[in-house]
Design a protein around this ligand. Structure first.
Ligand code: SG4
Ligand code: ZN
Length: 248
């Protein structure tokens, strides 16, 4: 199976090697409705330039958790979110899927309910930092949009990249033409859970302003099965990487 963080090196052992893991800000969390409170100062999430043109290639890769190069840097003109304390520019998006022996794969849970999968669109604070790697460990460095994914109706939006994943059955990369990333988000961007948290994986920096949309999206059972058949590894990334700067 995959390397590093799973198996004997799994989650419960992260804090040995990564001091931030397991801290007060550790994400993900179980979102408990009785602990929620309404914050009238929060605004709907506003997204800009999420509609990528087909010639903006996305690199779809299966990282199997191994230490690949991190990608970052979209010019600030590009895909970003506003209506937060700063402007945040998208660096990459990735998914957390279940594996064949654990069908549900979402990281956040709502009243202990785990969803089939979860998508994260990772943005860095481009008002203050030039790129992802400068922002990743800063307390105001990142903003991640989280989308809970349930099995239900077929999603044409997800099919835009699912149809390419045969190319990354094991490990490696495939180019996917840009498409409208907005279509991967739920219709309502004004209902969400907000909290201060961390990266969900090592090094677990407490740098993430989390937005988990209240409404989930659906993909069909076949679309999920497609995943499970193809992947024994449970995560892969779409790197939104135009232009890509390797930081190895
Ligand atoms: C996944 O392992 C991604 O592949 C990582 O992306 C990501 O790290 C990590 O999750 C933590 O991000 O939104 N789940 S999360 O908190 O975005 C970063 C890469 O390694 C730093 C590019
Ligand atoms: Zn994630």
């Amino acid at each position: 199976m995959s390397h590093g963080w799973n198996g004997p090196e799994g989650e419960h052992h992260w804090s040995k090697n990564y001091p931030y893991c397991g801290g007060t800000f550790q994400s993900p969390i179980d979102i408990k409705s009785e602990l929620l409170r309404f914050d009238p100062t929060l605004r709907p999430i506003e997204i800009q330039n999420y509609n990528l043109s087909p010639n903006e290639q996305l690199t779809l890769g299966n990282n199997g958790h191994s230490g690949e190069c991190k990608s970052s840097v979209l010019s600030t003109k590009h895909m970003h979110i506003s209506s937060l304390p700063h402007h945040y520019t998208a660096a990459q998006l990735h998914f957390h899927w279940g594996s064949s022996n654990r069908a549900a794969g979402s990281e956040h849970t709502v009243n202990s309910k785990q969803y089939a999968a979860e998508m994260h669109v990772v943005h860095f604070n481009s008002d203050k930092y030039p790129n992802m790697s400068m922002a990743v460990d800063k307390s105001d460095g990142l903003a991640v949009l989280g989308v809970l994914i349930e099995v239900g109706e077929f999603s044409p939006a997800f099919e835009q990249f699912l149809k390419f994943i045969n190319g990354i059955k094991y490990r490696g990369k495939v180019q996917v033409p840009g498409f409208n990333i907005r279509a991967l988000l739920p219709a309502r961007l004004d209902e969400y859970y907000r909290y201060d948290g961390s990266l969900t994986t090592p090094p677990c920096y407490p740098s993430v302003l989390w937005t988990v949309f209240r409404n989930h999206v659906t993909i069909s059972r076949k679309q999920v099965l497609h995943q499970l058949e193809l992947f024994f590894l449970s995560r892969f990334d779409i790197r939104i990487n135009k232009p890509l700067r390797n930081e190895c």
